[in-house]
Every structure is written in structure tokens, then in C-alpha cells.
Design a protein around this ligand. Structure first.
Ligand SMILES: *Cc1c(COP(=O)(O)O)cnc(C)c1O
Length: 221
């Protein structure tokens, strides 16, 4: 199946209210153009340099989302145009996003990444920390950043009950925190292997790569 067919199949299987991020990491410009020509405008990357290069080379009406771990010294490359940073996992990072957003006269939308998986390799704030950040407006001094919701990555497993529990817990936290902030409305959960479970558990934004573009090849990187 072509990229266009894959996109159509996924779009037709998810509610209209859910936003689909096409995760194009490691994929060439041509693959992104194919998705773009099929109508897709929202793309996600997990490396700042790659995102910057693709932004420069591709149509300017693309919405670029940063979904991977972000080093503070790379924020400046993305600050002029990035639409949403999903991966805020420490205060130094949000402080730097705020600083770079100010320089660009922008307010940048971000998500607080919450650690929901069993793997320690995955990053993010703990549940209690994430709750306090929103309830007590702990990052309120960063005026050029707007926290729009939470992001979580489930454990890499095919055991559905594990993912149900992880996504369910993050959704409960999200629902609780909504009452503290009016435009707190994005729950980014779900990838190719688990987005159907994430959607059953309240996800409003899914990040799908291999089901659209095919498996990634890291062999020559
Ligand atoms: C790579 C990646 C995805 C997409 O993964 P697929 O399994 O290819 O759909 C989603 N979210 C993050 C943070 C990623 O790094």
C-alpha cells in the first residue's frame, strides 16, 4: 500500500476530533511530499537537526511537532516555527523554550511528558509532579510557553491490559487537570502499535510513523 492509502485508512478509522501526527523521522523528503500531496499537513520528528532541515526543504504550511527528547541547546533551531513540543520533561527545558519563544515574539504550545511506561529508558515527569505543575501553575512564570496537555509513551509490549492501565491512568490525570486550566485540551498518546488502545482511553492526538511510512531502517545511520 502507498503512503496515501495508509493515511486514508488510518484517517477513516479514527474519530474526526482526533489529530493524526504523521511521524516522518528517518524518512526522506519524498515520503513526506507523498503524504503532503495526500493532504497531510501535520508531521512529527524526534531530532531537532532533522526537523530543522526538513522544515527548510518542505512547504511552509506544514505544522511541525517535536516529539522526541530535546536538548536545551537545540531549542533555538525550532523556536521560530515549531507548532507543538510534546516532550517537556524537565524545568530547564521549558525555561529555554520560554526564552527562545520570547526572542521570536511567540508563545509556543507544549505538552508535559509524563512517564507512564515500565521502561526506565523512557523519560517524563511522574504523575504527582505533573499534577502539581498544572494544579499549582508551577511553570506560570514562563509566559511565552503555553502548556496544552500531556504526552505519554506506553510500554513497548503487545499485552493490551498493560497499555490499557498506562493510558487509562494518564487519561484520569488529564481529566482531573482540565479543571485547573481552560485551554488544557491535548492528550498525546498512541503510536502505530497501540493507538487503538490509546483512543479507547481518551487520546486526542496520535503519533503514527511506521503504519504510514513503513518500517524504519536504521542500518546506515
Ligand atoms: C517514533 C515515534 C513515534 C511513532 O512510532 P511508530 O511506532 O512508528 O508509529 C511516536 N512517538 C514518538 C515519541 C516516537 O519517537
Amino acid at each position: 500500500m502507498s503512503v496515501a492509502d495508509n493515511l486514508k485508512k488510518i484517517q477513516n478509522s479514527i474519530p474526526e476530533s482526533v489529530t493524526l501526527i504523521a511521524v516522518s523521522k528517518t524518512k526522506p523528503k519524498e515520503a513526506i511530499e507523498e503524504a503532503y500531496n495526500a493532504g497531510q499537513r501535520i508531521f512529527g520528528e524526534n531530532k531537532a537537526q532533522e526537523l530543522k532541515d526538513k522544515h527548510a526543504a518542505l512547504p511552509k504550511d506544514i505544522e511541525w511537532h517535536m516529539i522526541g527528547r530535546l536538548q536545551t541547546n537545540k531549542v533555538k533551531y525550532l523556536a521560530p516555527y515549531v507548532r507543538l513540543i510534546h516532550s517537556i520533561d524537565n524545568e530547564r527545558l521549558i525555561a529555554e523554550v520560554d526564552k527562545q519563544a520570547k526572542k521570536n515574539n511567540r508563545v509556543i504550545d507544549v505538552l508535559i511528558q509524563v512517564h507512564i511506561a515500565r521502561e526506565d529508558s523512557k523519560t517524563g515527569f511522574g504523575f504527582a509532579e505533573a499534577y502539581d505543575i498544572i494544579k499549582d501553575n508551577e511553570f506560570g512564570a514562563y509566559e511565552n510557553v503555553n502548556i496544552r496537555g500531556f504526552m505519554g509513551m506506553g510500554t513497548l509490549t503487545s499485552i493490551e491490559t498493560v497499555l490499557e492501565e498506562e493510558f487509562g491512568k494518564l487519561n484520569s490525570l488529564f481529566q482531573k487537570c482540565k479543571s485547573f486550566k481552560s485551554d488544557f485540551d491535548i492528550l498525546s498518546m498512541g503510536m502505530s502499535g497501540d493507538y487503538h488502545i490509546a483512543l479507547k482511553n481518551g487520546s486526542t492526538m496520535i503519533r503514527v510513523g511506521s503504519s504510514i511510512f513503513g518500517a524504519r531502517d536504521y542500518s546506515n545511520k
